[in-house]
Ligand binder design. Sequence first.
Ligand code: NAI
Length: 254
Amino acid sequence: MTTAEGARSSGADNFEGRRALVTGAGSGIGLSIVTKLLERGADVVAFDLDPSAVPAEVTKVAVDLSDVTAVREAVASLNPDEPIDTLFNNAGIGSTKNLVDCSVEEWDRVFDVNVRATFLMCQLLLPSMLERQHGVIVNTASVAGMIGLTDRAAYCASKGAVIALTKQIAVQWAGHGIRCNSVCPGTVDSPWVGRLMAEAEDPEARRAQLVGRQPLGRLGKPEEIASAAIYLASDAAAFITGTDLVIDGGITAA
Ligand code: NAI
């Protein structure tokens, strides 16, 4: 490899001069995305209910993404002279109900955060990306949007919607310098899953069950999902749009 080629290949992973916004940045996968963006030189904005765990050099915005007015105000509070060119819609909440047991309120809560906030963030940030004919969006979906998981009615439906919206955005704006992709994690050892296991009657048995359904025999790590999200946002993925990148230890292949 010549020096010039070497410089180019490291350049594809370089986020210097880019301004990225990450939702759900305060924990787990989102926090890992923030860390990797900072390592690669990006300027980062973090949206979360509680962004206190996010490093100090990041612009932190405490916002409830299920509140449409609050989301609009949060985006309006950003400096218009520093437009966002890279958006990670990563915030999400779960639901462990089957369809019969899922209340309308729970269904709506899951859709408000997982789907409507994704729609709204894209709607608010796309115009300035389109103005500059340059923008990248990475949505955190899930294998739950691809296969049926027991006791996950609203969650599966919401992540299926994220995958479909991702493809629609990709096709709509492909000719305008916009790329939009999703990552589809299997079960990942984030604080969220830690909470789920802690709440189980037998946490060890619950963990073993979650591990057991993933052929690679372990849970994913937040940084493994973040690496995939960073790749999709980087210039190395310049020819990728509308895809759903599965990082699941083989769960959907089984
Ligand atoms: P996490 O619970 O560790 O982090 C989620 C973050 O989103 C938290 O900081 C939380 O405060 C924030 N958030 C939740 N609701 C919010 C709201 N209304 N407004 C603002 N912020 C809000 O969870 P994790 O595991 O890092 O999940 C991140 C994404 O990955 C989610 O979209 C989730 O559905 C997805 N995912 C997670 C998997 C897992 O096994 N952990 C598997 C597949 C997908």
